[in-house]
Design a protein around this ligand. Structure first.
Ligand code: PEP
Ligand code: MN
Length: 258
């Protein structure tokens, strides 16, 4: 088992050095106003990386699909304004180039973890990659997806445990907590926990985040919205700004005590 974690640098943020970091932001970039409001709040709270989806992998083709290139540009300019690195998802090879221009880290979502041509194309870049676990993927398959990046020359990989599909229906997915230490040990990559997609429930974000840190996660990723009930995607699992501030305060305190 490999206990050496290869740290990954995103902007001026180091992930996997033993000091857990926080990523937060809206599920989707909706407009410049909400993004600025969230960015200002997360920076004030001490979050290290701003997230925001612009190419959205929605279950229904009739749901909000994201702002595309316009959203990338907004994310870029708001990241610069508040001096915080940004991460966004790419779903297809042709989105890599514009996303590289506008983001500091690229996310491969759960639905694309098995998209080997996307992974190979990202492997040819030098971008840090946030590789989410597919909701039907074993840890072995997840680590093999990471190998598709490594094979092409990119080992700047951060894994993200975001829950797997089980028979349980009270939660959107089931957070696989044992995957956190296992993927770290077996792969040697930093692992962050996404309690939002794992649970689908705002009321579980605090205990699941704390559990993630206790299991050795190198970071936590949270969804935040100025008015979660009106969010265009994932409102039920998004924190309001005051809730985010409270939880981030707790998580930063917890990680200092490690
Ligand atoms: C997201 O991060 O907004 C997202 C779509 O996540 P996942 O791919 O884990 O469902
Ligand atoms: Mn989401």
């Amino acid at each position: 088992m490999n206990l050496d974690i290869r740290s990954v640098t995103v902007g001026d943020v180091h992930i996997g050095t033993g000091n857990p970091i926080l990523i937060a932001g809206p599920c989707s970039v909706e407009n410049v106003g909400m993004l600025r409001e969230v960015a200002r709040a997360v920076v004030e709270a001490g979050v290290s990386i701003l997230r925001g989806g612009s190419f959205k992998p929605r279950t229904s083709p009739y749901s909000f699909q994201g702002l595309g290139l316009e959203g990338l540009k907004l994310l870029h300019s708001v990241g610069k304004e508040f001096n915080i690195p940004v991460v966004t998802e790419v779903m297809a090879i042709h989105q890599i180039e514009p996303a590289m221009e506008h983001a500091d880290m690229l996310q491969v979502g759960a639905r694309n973890m098995h998209n080997f041509s996307l992974l190979s194309a990202l492997g040819k870049t030098d971008m840090p990659i946030l590789l989410k676990r597919g909701f039907m993927a074993t840890i072995e398959e997840w680590l093999m997806a990471a190998e598709y990046l490594v094979k092409e020359g990119n080992d700047r990989i951060v894994l993200c445990e975001r829950g797997i599909r089980t028979f349980e229906t009270w939660t959107r997915n089931t957070l696989d907590i044992s995957a956190v230490p296992l993927a770290r040990m077996l792969g040697g990559y930093p692992v962050i926990v996404d309690p939002c997609h794992a649970s689908g429930r705002r009321d579980l974000l605090e205990p699941l985040s704390l559990a993630g840190l206790a299991a050795g996660a190198d970071g936590i990723m949270l969804e935040v919205h100025p008015d979660p009930d009106k969010a265009l995607s994932d409102g039920g699992q998004s924190l309001s700004i005051p809730e985010m501030k409270k939880l981030v305060f707790k998580l930063l305190k917890q990680s200092e005590n490690k």
